[in-house]
Design a protein around this ligand. Sequence first.
Ligand code: AMP
Length: 536
Amino acid sequence: MVLNNTAFRDLVSLCEKLEATTKKLEKTRLISDFLHSLKEEEIPPAVLLIVGHIFPDTDPRTLEVSWRTIQRVKRDLKKKPSLGKSLTILEVHNYFAEIAAASGRGSRQKKYTLLTNLFARLSPAEERYAIKIIFGEMQHGVSEGVMMQAIAQAVGTSLVSVRRACMFTGNLGEVARVGMVTGKEKLERINLQLFQPIQPMLAELAEDFTQVFTEHGGKSALEYKFDGARVQIHKQGEKIKIYSRHLSDVTDSLPEIVELIRKEVKVHTAILDGEVIAVGDKDRPLPFQELMRRFRRVHNITKMMQEVPVKLYLFDLIYVEGNPLIDIPYQKRWEYLSQICNRYLLTNRIVTDNQEEAERFLKGAMKLGHEGLMAKSLESTYTPGARGKKWFKIKPAEHLDLVIVAADWGYGRRTGWLSNYHLAARDEKSGEFLVVGKTFKGMSDQEFTEITQKLQRLKISEDEYTVYVKPEIVVEIAYNEIQRSLHYRSGFALRFARVMRIRDDKSPQQADTIERVRKLYEKQFKRKAKTKVGFK
Ligand code: AMP
């Protein structure tokens, strides 16, 4: 029997049913039934689309479509042509792939055209879900965890097996396909294997060392955080392969690292985790862009090796002589790592319970031109693909001068003060002030009192919680990272923002601009293509 391709409409009606029930069991049953109705090639994209993903985690492709573009497409399409046949799941997914593939000059227009063509062929309900998928916000309560449960049910295996398979492949859709088409035994056999790279363990941004020590039980291993490219090195005798953070094979770009491992790693089989950086004089780190030249170049590698020398720093051992090490503590893994390779290959590291020593180590790292530190819990197991508090990244604070455009009334200890400030950067093009974050941190009681009075004098309007003010007060803000944001119209949000001082000497026109925020963001995230939505 030849099955017809499944309509996107069917996936949307499944999502509507998922939205309509709060019962988890019902949700997993609905999804499991739906997966059974699909053709083999439809399973991977359908699984991803249902959880609001387009590509698997291991796939670096992103749509790079902004909220503004979506609005423009919707506005221009007000009068929709009459709808023909519903698109299939595969067709919708292909549209997304084409949108992601549009890059370089004119890509914005290409993306706009593709989106317009796509939306023109969707019913209002389908369009609504397409937008939810684009922004990864499904709101039907199906997390990856619920999806894994549904896959387990569809395949007839345990959640633990599905979770493990996903951990090793980083590909929910593919795990579902393998299980459903080739059987549960195949799924259960997915394991850590040489030359099958696994997702690297990731880190969360730490607010400060106090948080690090609290989370890590008083003591932590601190390592330099290098500004380079993550590498996972698989070795079996003379055979050596190097994989990037997104698990692509980059062996050919790094022949000297292959040689180094061959010479220096004294075991037959191993999977190593580390960072490669480009270096100049005296091994000082070079900007990340230099390193990227190494990865882009496919010809004349020998010349490139001289132009951009690289250095490897190892910090973890995931597998050795037939034994997976992901379930043993980091401290033990580090010990094994130090036993199998020369010290000079290892990351600079201290184990400490002392805040001052930690600060000194951070200063040292910065002085040598590195990005900051990583703090690792000594007991932590290796959790592929997971971002958590077992590994923290510590970056020194950066500063921006921003303008207060609104403030919320405080509660608890801050009752009676306007204390949560909406911080904005100036958009040079429109002259508007666009919010990039909020904070109530960093002010003394007296400053709260003074600024509350000042803000009330600048009031434009107010509601129950918030007073909106004329943009006049400039504050110097420290923060640790800029993130993309769907919440703020500016498209950016500061992490761990706190007020350093009030800049009475600066006018709002002299405050930092959105353009500068964008530049800082791009500099910081230049290599992390792992955002699902882009800002143009
Ligand atoms: P981020 O990409 O900002 O989340 O920071 C995590 C990245 O820092 C990792 O994926 C590595 O590429 C990089 N990194 C640099 N030094 C280290 C280190 N000592 N341990 C772990 N990751 C490191």
